[in-house]
Ligand binder design. Structure first.
Ligand code: HDE
Length: 689
């Protein structure tokens, strides 16, 4: 216990230990600045008497506490944010006059918030779900919010369907569960009645929906936007974020276990990598195309359920984003950050995508409810870092103090910073978009193909990934109580891939194969395989940024451990020591090594690979510990590489594993640590099956 803690010595004190301020600046005060003499005892009438209403210190403290919560986001409630910068690779004035892309090497501050969609604020990180990937760029010409996801398509084509989609995905209203899961009737009922969802369903049943970490996932702007240069020339654009560390996901059984072992797995990962100086990075890529391409493309570029394959329009990298600073305060920044798709800057514009148009209304509206008034733009994390001048005034929580007499325009008072004017030359100009037609509620025929890109996505996966998708469908649909819904999903899958449909039907024990769902437009299966859609085909071939779990006990050889730690350092990888107690272990040479986890708190699901370095005696002891056995069994079942030594064998014997030793087991008595790390670059030993 810190020595500076003392009993107050005050008579009648409850026995608390308290610290005395060492200087004036450390004195606790009320919100009004009044110094506080006692933060442990409320004001009472008599020693055992009732509390007094005049206790302004108690009342202010409790009043503030009572109002600590603001409404959580209706979607994307669970999120985690960080600061960083975006650096433009070049001057891109030929395609856009957006100020942040004009000067090679220029850095623009950013704030990023990653999130899940369906779960409430306290839900676990490893839910099978889409991840939000929202970036606020604080540019010299205003804030640009690129509010994207880690999946490039969406469930629906028109924003009017969004409330129903989200209601169906979140907990059922009568029972209040399940949360953070799509594995329930309502979700599959809605999506199977909305065939436009089928492409997205393929993505969320893929490993994209269970990322290993935010650092290893892609981001997408999803919609088609426009870029405009200073001559008013327009191009269409789709935005991509590519993680420089490569793509990586966990396997489903791991996800289930991580949610128990560390529900904060993703936020802890971002926190610790930034704290360790291993700053996560993404490159911003653009697919730029013109009207002619849009007219000839197989699908409508305003349909957010479609991608443009990278093989058709390559992704050009135009800059890099680095996240290098955690927030000082989670609530002030991550919770209060207000992303709005309509936050746009000169040089970038919207398109008529009906989903994007609807979002532009929704985000502003939702911030008003969440943050309690129109002045949320004045909260530091939301405020632009460039000058902000207009005649908007008053309202709840106004922080600015406008000066001068002019609060309307036109006016004839002298122009100044406090009396600004619109600027026809440099002000934001919307691109010209020829619009005509009748007022009507209509879904364009060009949005009618719901299956072709689902087929393309499925075909583009490796066999391992296809198996994961089949298993995910079986898992989710096995939680669906109503047979007709399970059958309806399979009837859609028959339009995607018969083998997949059969595999899912078999996994569900369906006695009869349902008929194929009727398609609004006949699916085409001639779309080329797109390797970029697979995670495994784009494997990173590095262990950098990944984590090795080193399960060891006292007596481990110094040379081995030191060699391993050095090889990890050389690779830029991380590690944790999993020990029998948190106090750690003593090496054979007598060196004390701190434990990062104890064996029952540090299961192997928390690591990308493991090394089990036990002495014979230690292994015999651990062979009696269920969690130690799970550590190895799970690593094996999740196709992880397992480093071991001779001493580990009694534990492996206990698990009947010596006969199962395959190339995913690496004998560290015979392999150098650096060769071990080279093997780990494959991330998993998929051949184990
Ligand atoms: Fe959102 N979405 N969304 N969304 N969305 C919100 O805004 C909405 C959509 C996305 O970290 C809400 O501030 C509608 C697509 C992210 O704070 C809300 C539609 C994409 C975040 C809202 C969509 C997204 C949100 C709730 C259908 C990927 C979290 C809280 C037209 C391109 C931002 C809030 C953060 C949040 C509405 C669909 C991404 C209710 C109406 C497509 C990353 O306004």
């Amino acid at each position: 216990m810190a020595e500076s803690f003392k009993y107050s010595g005050k008579k009648g004190n409850g026995g608390e230990l308290h610290q005395v301020p060492s200087g004036e600046n450390e004195v606790m005060t009320t919100a009004q600045g009044c110094p506080i003499s006692d933060n442990q005892n409320s004001l009472k009438a008599g020693k055992r008497g009732p509390s007094l209403l005049e206790d302004h210190i108690f009342r202010e403290k409790m009043f503030h506490f009572d109002h600590e919560r603001i409404p959580e986001r209706v979607v994307h409630a669970r999120g985690y944010g960080a600061h960083g910068y975006f650096e433009t690779y070049d001057n891109f004035s030929d395609v856009t006059c957006a100020d942040l892309f004009q000067r090679k090497g220029e850095q623009t501050p950013v704030f990023v918030r990653f999130s899940t969609v369906a779960g409430n604020k306290g839900s676990p990180d490893l839910a099978r779900d889409v991840r939000g990937f929202a970036v606020k760029f604080y540019t010299n010409e205003g804030n640009w919010d690129l509010v994207g996801n880690n999946i490039p398509v969406f469930f629906i084509q028109d924003a009017i369907k969004f409330p129903d989609l989200i209601h169906s995905a979140k907990q059922a209203p009568d029972r209040g569960f399940p949360q953070a899961q799509t594995a329930h009737d309502n979700f599959w009922d809605f999506t199977s009645l909305s065939p436009e969802s089928v492409h997205m369903l393929m993505w969320i049943m893929s490993d994209r929906a269970i990322p290993r970490s935010f650092r290893f996932m892609e981001g997408f702007g999803v919609h088609t936007f426009k870029l405009i240069n200073s001559n008013g020339e327009e191009k269409y654009v789709k935005f991509h974020w590519k993680p420089t560390a490569g793509l990586q996901s966990v396997v489903w059984n791991e996800a289930l276990k991580i949610n128990g072992a560390d529900p904060d797995f993703h936020r802890r990962d971002l926190w610790s990598s930034i704290q360790a100086g291993a700053f996560p990075e993404w490159e911003l890529g653009v697919q730029i195309f013109d009207q002619e391409f849009a007219d000839n493309f197989e699908f409508d570029v305003f349909d957010a359920t479609k991608i443009i394959p990278e093989e058709q329009v390559p992704v050009k990298k135009i800059g890099k984003m680095v996240l290098n600073r955690m927030v000082d305060n989670f609530f002030a920044e991550t919770e209060q950050v207000a992303f709005c798709t309509q936050n746009i800057v000169p040089g970038i514009d919207f398109t008529p995508d009906p989903l994007l148009q609807g979002r532009n209304f929704s985000y502003l509206d939702t911030q008003l409810k969440r943050l309690g008034g129109p002045n949320f733009t004045q909260i530091p994390v939301n405020a632009p870092r460039c000058p902000m001048r207009n005649f908007q005034q008053d309202g709840h929580m106004a922080m600015h103090t406008p000066k001068g007499r002019a609060n309307y325009e036109p006016n004839s008072w002298e122009q100044s910073e406090d009396n600004p004017r619109a600027c026809p030359e440099h002000g934001y100009k919307s691109s010209s978009e020829p619009v005509e037609g009748d007022k009507l509620r209509y879904r364009s025929e060009t949005f009618a193909d719901h299956y072709s890109q689902a087929i393309q996505f499925y075909k583009s996966q490796t066999e391992v990934e296809q198996t994961h998708m089949r298993d995910a469908f079986v898992f989710e649909l096995s939680k669906v109580e109503k047979l007709a819904i399970r059958e309806r999903v399979v009837s859609h899958l028959r339009n995607v891939d018969e083998t997949l449909a059969e595999g899912v039907a078999k996994g569900l024990g369906l006695e009869e194969m349902p008929d194929k769902a009727e398609a609004a437009m006949a699916p085409r299966d001639d779309l080329a395989v797109s390797d970029k859609l697979s995670i495994l085909k784009n494997a990173p071939n590095t262990f950098k940024g990944r984590k090795l779990g080193i399960f060891c006990c006292s007596g481990v050889e110094d040379e081995l451990l030191e060699g391993l730690l050095q090889a990890l350092k050389d690779e830029g990888a991380m590690y944790e020591i999993v020990a029998p107690t948190v106090n750690g272990i003593k090496t054979a040479g007598g060196k004390h090594i701190k434990g990062n986890q104890v064996i029952d708190g540090g299961p192997s699901v928390l690591y990308d690979a493991v090394a089990v370095l036990l002495t014979e005696e230690g292994a015999k002891e651990q062979a009696k510990v269920p969690e130690a056995k799970d550590f190895v069994m799970d690593a094996f079942a999740h196709n992880k590489f397992i480093g071991f030594i001779d001493g580990t064998k009694p534990l492996l014997d206990e698990l009947n594993m010596t006969s199962k030793i395959d190339k995913g087991f690496v004998d560290l008595d015979k392999t150098t640590p650096s060769d071990f790390i080279t093997q780990l670059r494959d991330i998993r030993f998929w051949k184990r099956g």
